[in-house]
Design a protein around this ligand. Structure first.
Ligand SMILES: [Fe+2]
Ligand SMILES: [Fe+2]
Length: 200
C-alpha cells in the first residue's frame, strides 16, 4: 500500500468523522444548558460544515472521491456524547459531561488532521496541506474554547447543591448502564494478569 493510499484512508476517515459531527453537534448544542456552551457548539457546527467542504476540495485536487470509509472512532465518541446528553444531571454538571465528550471529539480530530498533514507534506501536496491545516487550526481553537468554557462551569457546579454527593449507588441502572458496567469489569479482568504482574 502506497503512502497516497494511506493518506486517502486518513482523509476519508476524517470526512466521515466531520459528516457525523454535522449531524451530532446540533443535538449536543440543544442538550447544553449554559448559553455560552450552546453558542460554542453552534459556532463549531458552522465551522464543521466548512471543514466538510474543505475536505471535498482536497479530494477534488487529488481527483478522488471523499467517501469509502466510515469513521468508527467518531461513532464511538458520539455514542459517549449521547450518553452525556442522556445523563440524569442538571445545569453545570450536565454541561461538564457534554464538554468532556466534545473535548474528546476535538482531540481525536486534531490527531487525525496532524497525521494526514504529515503524510500530505511528505508527498509534497501543498494545496492539500493548506486545506487540512485550516481545519486543524479550527479544531485546536475549538478544543481551547471548550477547555476555557469548563472553568465557569466548574465554579457553578460547586455551588449547585452538595458537590460531593455521590448518588450512583442509590439510583437504578438503565439497561445501557448495566451493559457498560459489565463491559468495564471485563476490560479490567482481561488486563489484570498483565497489570498485577507489573513490577512496581
Ligand atoms: Fe472538525
Ligand atoms: Fe471539531
Amino acid at each position: 500500500m502506497a503512502l497516497m493510499d494511506v493518506l486517502l484512508d486518513e482523509m476519508r476517515d476524517l470526512y466521515s468523522a466531520e459528516n457525523q459531527l454535522v449531524k451530532a453537534l446540533p443535538k449536543m448544542a440543544k442538550g447544553a444548558v449554559d448559553p455560552a456552551v450552546k453558542s460554542l457548539l453552534k459556532n463549531h457546527l458552522e465551522e464543521t460544515k466548512g471543514q466538510v467542504q474543505r475536505l471535498r476540495d482536497a479530494f477534488g485536487i487529488l481527483g478522488k472521491k471523499p467517501t469509502g470509509q466510515h469513521c468508527n472512532g467518531m461513532e464511538g465518541l458520539l455514542e459517549e456524547g449521547q450518553d452525556a446528553l442522556e445523563k440524569d444531571e442538571e445545569g453545570a454538571n450536565k454541561d461538564l459531561g457534554i464538554c468532556g465528550a466534545s473535548s474528546r471529539v476535538e482531540h481525536y480530530e486534531i490527531a487525525g488532521y496532524t497525521t494526514a498533514i504529515g503524510m500530505a507534506k511528505a508527498l509534497g501536496l501543498k494545496d492539500v496541506v493548506n486545506l487540512l491545516n485550516q481545519n486543524l487550526a479550527e479544531e485546536v481553537a475549538a478544543a481551547k474554547a471548550i477547555f476555557a468554557g469548563t472553568k465557569p462551569l466548574l465554579r457553578a457546579a460547586l455551588t449547585e447543591g452538595d458537590p460531593t454527593e455521590n448518588e450512583e449507588e442509590s439510583k437504578p441502572k438503565s439497561g445501557k448502564e448495566k451493559y457498560s458496567d459489565k463491559k468495564s469489569k471485563e476490560d479490567e479482568k482481561k488486563a489484570s494478569a498483565s497489570v498485577s504482574g507489573k513490577s512496581r
